[in-house]
Design a protein. Structure first.
Length: 143
C-alpha cells in the first residue's frame, strides 16, 4: 500500500460549537472507515488543523472534498509526504477542541507556540507535526 500523510490548516467560516464538531467527526468517521483513512482534526480559535493518513488516492480524494467544504476557507497545505506507518492507526477521525481545559499541558504549549509565531501560513510544518506526535503519544482517549 502506498501510504501518505497530509496536514493542512484552515479558518472556520462561522462559529463552530462542540455539537458541530461532534457531527463533523461522525461524518468523517463514516467516510474515513470506508476509505481506510485515519487521522486527527484539531480546532481552536476558529482554526482547523487536520492530519490525514492512508492510501494515497484515498487521501487525495478526501482532500479534494475538503477543499470544496464551505465550513472553512483559507485552506493551506502544510505537509504531504509518504509515510512508513500511521500516527493514528486506530482513529478513523479523532477530534480535539484545543480551547478545552482538559487538553494536555504540552499540547497547550505547542498550540501557544503556533499562535505566537503565527505559523499558519508558514511552509515549516515542524510545530504542527510535533503537535500531532504529542497527541498520538497520549492515545485515543484524549480526542
Amino acid at each position: 500500500m502506498n501510504l501518505v500523510r497530509l496536514i493542512y490548516t484552515s479558518e472556520a467560516s462561522g462559529e463552530i460549537d462542540d455539537i458541530q464538531l461532534k457531527e463533523l467527526q461522525m461524518q468523517a468517521i463514516r467516510r474515513n472507515e470506508e476509505s481506510d483513512i485515519t487521522g486527527l482534526l484539531m480546532f481552536g480559535n476558529a482554526r482547523f488543523i487536520q492530519l490525514l493518513e492512508g492510501p494515497q488516492q484515498n487521501v487525495d480524494d478526501t482532500y479534494c472534498r475538503i477543499l470544496d467544504d464551505d465550513r472553512h476557507f483559507k485552506i493551506h497545505l502544510l505537509y504531504y509526504e509518504p509515510a512508513a506507518e500511521r500516527l493514528f492507526p486506530s482513529w478513523s477521525m479523532g477530534i480535539a477542541n484545543l480551547s478545552n481545559d482538559r487538553i494536555d499541558a504540552d499540547i497547550k504549549r505547542l498550540w501557544g507556540e503556533i499562535e505566537n509565531q503565527n505559523a499558519w501560513l508558514e511552509d515549516d510544518h515542524t510545530l504542527f507535526y510535533a503537535l500531532f506526535e504529542e497527541f498520538s503519544s497520549l492515545g485515543p482517549a484524549t480526542a
